[in-house]
Design a protein around this ligand. Structure first.
Ligand code: G3P
Ligand code: CA
Length: 375
């Protein structure tokens, strides 16, 4: 069920429209979300439905869309010849056959390749090898996608229109990417004018003013995004460690004796309450409408990091009038935990499971939806 827009949401929207953001600072999070056209709680399909299909490919994004996810999440990069595309890692080794196709350049960053070169890569077979129980022959040969192609996917289901949740990934590698993104979104009609109508709940968030959310870990990129697209909701991603909040402990992973890096991350905490609050205050001052903190997962794993969704943290963030979208949570035990702690939306690789948890199950199974799309 999409966001509910109450009278108070409309009032808050009017207040925001009048530039009286201060008046909104003590509103309930669901009211704040509705005023921005953002479902509450939000289902953010992390690299698409990437548990069930190779991340950031057409199979993954089509499935997330057809399941009914609110947002298609992506990590934005720019090719050597200036095309915006989605890829998480800095290089192509983990998720493509670059080592076979371009053995001499296998360690090169993805932005050292033209889009034509990137399009020669197989971005699906790695998944079949890593997850044989979820493998499909049709995943072989899936391509890296441009932003244009992901927009096409987001627009293509007549019954459900997800929004786009776009991260500027390692933005220091891509000077001017914030401007390029603005131009692309503008060209494609994805920049709603300020004060436009709230999301049309019948078709999904992609129809309304919350159709795009911009996200970044980098303070500098947040400032550039705000300058380029002041009217678009923005999220500052939070992290403890290099480039993020100062950690309480100075012990490095190597010194820690931990076997697994994520176990180490899970024990990291912000240096102080003041350190945490400074980041929230900064996000608000730079025009962000919320934060994207990490989570410590019950069963660990490579997405388990510092617990930055403790109830006091979420309360402080809400008290500043900001929303909390936590990354990246895939299991019901953790859905329960982070929702109880007060988050307003979840990045997940398992959109099907999160939708069930929120009592918004998809009309068909993952298998059926994949088959419907020819996978
Ligand atoms: O963008 C939110 C979450 O995706 C951050 O982590 O490394 O998966 O981009 P990452
Ligand atoms: Ca991301």
């Amino acid at each position: 069920m999409p966001a509910t827009f109450t009278k108070s949401a409309l009032l808050l929207s009017l207040l925001l429209g009048l530039g009286q953001a201060q008046a909104a600072s003590h509103a309930e999070p669901n009211v704040v979300a509705a005023a921005h056209g953002i479902p509450h709680p939000a289902v953010i399909a992390h690299r698409g439905a990437s548990f069930d299909a190779p991340e950031s490919t057409a199979a993954s994004y089509r499935l997330a869309r057809d399941l009914g996810a609110d947002y298609l999440e992506m990590d934005l990069q720019r090719s050597k010849d200036g095309v915006l595309f989605a890829l998480h890692d800095n290089n192509l080794q983990r998720t493509t056959d670059v080592a076979t196709k371009f053995p001499d350049r296998k360690d090169s960053p993805a932005n050292a390749f033209t889009m034509a070169e990137l399009k020669t890569l197989d971005a699906g077979s790695w998944y079949n090898a890593k997850y044989p129980d979820r493998a499909r022959p049709s995943y072989v040969g899936l391509k890296i996608l441009t932003l244009d192609e992901i927009i096409d996917i987001a627009q293509a289901n007549a019954q459900h229109k997800p929004g786009l949740y776009i991260e500027t990934k390692e933005p220091q590698l891509f000077p001017g990417i914030e401007h390029d993104l603005k131009e692309k979104l503008q060209d494609r009609g994805w920049l709603s004018p300020a004060g436009s109508k709230l999301a049309k709940s019948a078709l999904g968030v992609g129809q309304g003013k919350g159709k795009v959310i911009l996200q970044t870990f980098e303070k500098n990129s947040l400032e550039l995004l705000q300058k380029e697209m002041p009217q678009v909701p923005k999220i500052l991603l939070l992290w403890v460690g290099e480039g993020g909040m100062d950690a309480k402990s100075k012990v490095t992973f190597a010194e820690s004796g931990e076997k697994d890096k994520n176990a180490y991350y899970g024990k990291q905490e912000p240096k102080s309450e003041a350190e945490f609050k400074q980041w929230i205050d900064y996000a608000k001052a730079q025009g962000a409408i919320g934060t994207g903190p990490s989570a410590k997962l019950t069963h660990g794993g490579d997405q388990s990091y510092s617990d930055l969704v403790q109830p006091w943290m979420n309360k402080y963030t809400h008290d500043q009038g900001l929303l909390v979208h936590v990354y990246t949570v895939d299991e019901p035990v953790d859905f329960e935990k982070v929702m109880a702690a007060g988050v307003d939306g979840i990045f997940t690789n398992r959109a099907s499971e999160l939708l069930k948890f929120y009592k918004r199950p998809a009309a068909a199974s993952v298998d059926q939806l994949l088959k419907n799309n020819g996978y």
